[in-house]
Write a protein that binds this ligand. Structure first.
Ligand code: UD1
Ligand code: CA
Length: 461
């Protein structure tokens, strides 16, 4: 890699009409992240002098969505008059910096680092005024075509709207990714006219201008053309997501993760999965870390979680913002809401919802419960149908269940209250006050049997 670091400018001001959406195009998610974030992540992975984004359509929304990237600067393109006009709004900045600028497109989100490194290296090693990426596509429709002479030397880029019938047959296309020497770029921008079918200032016209003025211009053809697909409509969005999904899943499998029916599994490329993790079909995982030996059965959704070694998540479970300890078991059909912490060996069974609660080692809630704002100790057994009544309509209250407690089925704890260590709560009890340690708590109406009564009722019918 060259020692020189280019400035990076990302064009993201366009409306994306073909998406038919209120959301600015570059914010549409591809595998859990807005398209623009993929481009920004890639930019930050490269040596760079600065990173800027040209925003326009949905500007505030785009800036807001990029908050986590604190070092980027934005340029505002009031009216979208074409790609050269978009670069032009950064002109004053570019005049103050020396060197080179890499221009990326917010909607070309599948690019890989190696391809940009090749582009930058070629550009610097050959002291180019302009180097850009091209690709051969069997269906080049919609892209600018690379016009070459009979010797193969590049003459110009022709946009689809302006292309002649014979030019439309050219299958080598412009990827919209450029590395410019800043001085040459500024010179070209001064001379680009909007004399075309779309009355737009085309950045692509810099190619013929610089060639005519004897500057070094070259197009580098990518061997893997899937990378350069621009997302202009929902079909392309779907396609881009599939490409990124395949790329991510294949990497994970190479790293030792088993994916059953991989094409049905969506994993955020930023997730960390250890070897010997096993994931079933129809599962989605984002912003999460899974340690060795974790098993996720099918049709689960896991977001912002940390699953420790050997945790087992059974089918149809939905986990968000939670920690699942070693060897813990969750599901089938369980729901862990944010700030739930399950310790080692915990068992959470079917139709149990946990919210903002800590569950101690080896404790169990195996069936049909709601546990919210609770602190549950070790070796606690929570029976079927236990409910923490944590909300009084205004405030949330805490339930504390100390170690070794046994909670019978069909019980409610009207919080705030504490069930003392080693206590036993009888089935059907509604707790409204603290239970001292080692006690039996029961609040049942005495059973009455009226013999023969049911026979009498049947006679009335
Ligand atoms: C552009 C290229 C085309 C290339 C294709 C590759 C031009 C004239 N054409 O066409 O040769 O094959 O990309 O994907 O450059 N943008 C702005 N402000 C504007 C216009 C566009 O910021 O005024 C941004 C868009 O948000 C987008 C990028 O520039 O991120 C490309 O614009 P788009 O309208 O998608 O250009 P294409 O028609 O795809
Ligand atoms: Ca495009």
């Amino acid at each position: 890699m060259s020692l020189e670091k280019p400035h990076i400018l990302i064009l993201a001001a366009g409306q994306g009409k073909r998406m038919h959406s209120k959301l600015p195009k570059v914010l549409h998610p591809v595998l859990f992240h807005p398209m623009l974030h993929h481009v920004l992540d890639l930019s930050f992975s490269l040596p760079h002098a600065s990173i800027s984004v040209v925003v326009g359509h949905g500007r505030d929304q785009v800036i807001q969505a990029c908050k986590k990237y604190s070092q980027i600067q934005f340029f505002h393109q009031e009216e979208q008059k074409g790609t050269a006009h978009a670069v032009g709004v950064a002109k004053d900045f570019l005049k103050t910096v020396k060197g080179h600028v890499l221009i990326l497109s917010g909607d070309v989100c599948l690019l890989q680092k190696e391809s940009l490194e090749d582009l930058i290296n070629f550009h610097f090693n050959n002291q180019q005024a302009l180097t850009f990426l091209t690709a051969h596509l069997p269906e080049p429709k919609g892209y600018g075509r690379i016009v070459r002479n009979e010797k193969g030397t590049i003459l110009a880029i022709r946009e689809e709207a302006d292309a002649s019938l014979s030019e439309k047959k050219i299958t080598e296309i412009n990827a919209g990714i450029y590395c410019f020497e800043i001085k040459s770029l500024l010179d070209a921008l001064e001379n680009i006219q909007a004399a075309n079918q779309q009355n737009e200032y085309y950045l692509t016209d810099a190619v013929s201008y610089l060639i005519e003025n004897k500057n070094k211009v070259e197009g580098l053809s990518l061997s893997e053309p899937t990378e350069i697909h621009g997302v202009n409509d929902r079909e392309a969005l779907h396609w881009a997501e599939k490409v990124l999904q395949k790329r991510t899943n294949e990497r994970l499998m190479r790293e030792g993760v088993t994916l059953h029916l991989s094409e049905t599994i969506l994993i955020d490329p930023h997730c960390k999965l250890a070897p010997d993790v096993e994931i079933g079909p129809g599962t989605q995982i984002s912003q999460s870390r899974l340690e060795r030996g974790v098993v996720i059965e099918g049709f689960c959704k896991i977001h912002a979680c940390h699953l420790e070694e050997g945790a087992h998540i059974k089918q149809g479970s939905y986990l968000e913002g939670s920690l699942v300890g070693k060897e813990a078991k969750v599901g089938p059909y369980a729901h862990l809401r944010p700030e739930s912490k399950l310790s080692r060996g915990v068992k959470i069974g079917n139709f149990v919802e946990i919210k903002k609660s800590t569950i101690g080692e080896d404790s169990k809630a195996s069936h049909l419960s709601y546990i919210g704002d609770a602190e549950v100790g070790k070796n606690v057994n929570i029976g079927c149908g236990f409910i923490t009544c944590n909300f009084d309509g205004k405030n949330k209250h805490k339930t504390v269940i100390e170690d070794e407690v046994f909670v019978g089925s069909d019980t409610q704890a009207v919080a705030p209250l504490t069930i003392g260590k080693g206590s036993y709560v009888a089935s059907g009890t509604t707790l409204t006050k603290n239970v001292p340690p080692d006690s039996l708590a029961l609040s049942r109406v005495k059973q009455e049997n009226k013999e023969g009564y049911s026979k009498r009722l049947r006679k009335v019918d």
